[in-house]
Design a protein around this ligand. Sequence first.
Ligand SMILES: Cc1ncc(COP(=O)(O)O)c(C=O)c1O
Length: 395
Amino acid sequence: MAIANKIAGHISRSSWIRKMFEEGERLREQYGNDNVYDFTLGNPDVEPPAAFGEALRQLANHPLPGMHRYMNNAGYPETRAAVAARLTKDAGLTVTADQVVMTCGAGAALNVVLKTILNPGEEVIILAPYFVEYKFYIDNHGGVPVEVWTDRETFHLDLAAIEAAITTKTRAIIINTPNNPTGVIYRADELAALGELVKRAQQRSSHQIYVISDEPYARLSYDGQQVPNVFPLIETSVIVTSHSKDLALPGERIGYLAANPRMANVAQFVEGAVFCNRTLGFVNAPALMQRLVTGLQESSIGTDGYRQKRDLLYNSLTGFGFKMVKPDGAFYLFPQSPLTDDVAFVRQAQQERILLVPGSGFGAPGYFRIAYCVDQGMIERSLPAWERLARQTIR
Ligand SMILES: Cc1ncc(COP(=O)(O)O)c(C=O)c1O
């Protein structure tokens, strides 16, 4: 084996989305693009807001001296200040620029935070169903993932199960709201209860436990639902997020982490994170993107388009007999698999040229994920295939 055994093992166990992608390519070649219904990827199908293009043109036409050079590893002061101002508004407490570190997306922010806080063998609680990369990110930094289920009916936090999973080795809990893959937004009361629970556990073990709130979908919520900010609710919280979804810029790798100003060791934590941003080799977030998002902290692609897609799929699929929680945010549905074996169900769906990811890929066998950040026309064309699939599989 010419690569590390561990990596070879990870590749073979984590290849669902890649397998589906390859299957999609094969089916597209065979049946044509319009006859394959690919719901596998969380890659926004919309363009960034017009203000992004305007800011890009403005900068290209009026370049700033030195704008492609290195800067402080934490990012430009004015970008960090703009992010801090937006967070101050969302959190209702003062967040300052020196509590923000610009990163190469939320993925990098998660790696930076885990690198900053984990000692070898320390545990990180992740909540099933979870974003599959969490396990690899935790392993990257010598940590041990501990899986705890959310409530299996509602996908909200199971506080008793989280409390029971905390040990003297627990260093962090990762939460993700709005959630990929369930679309659930955690309410303020359950986040506050989580904050209390963590406080109690810390008092027992006199050892800090971080709550890492992964929020790339925070500005994608529906029906007037608010996404509560964690800072006033959980003292040891760190937000990791990006503009991959709210400004539809996933390929540009721009995001940030922000530490709760109420956290006792906030300055030390940020110093560690800036060091890790540098030494993990990210060095700094992309310079051009930092400049552009500075003025876009109040912008977003809006949610009307995604809401229409959610409603069309949710109403049609529940009408055909599929069972699922109606998502409050993000752009995923996570229905129950009508077959006990979710992988067998996904294979059956392929016969109808519908591409899905099995729940097993999210630590949640018995479900499947639909990413509806796709063309509305594709959703409409897929409905007869969904109806046939329901007839074949729902008893
Ligand atoms: C829950 C969750 N966290 C983190 C990420 C990583 O996003 P980014 O593009 O900001 O690295 C994603 C991307 O799909 C995600 O769904």
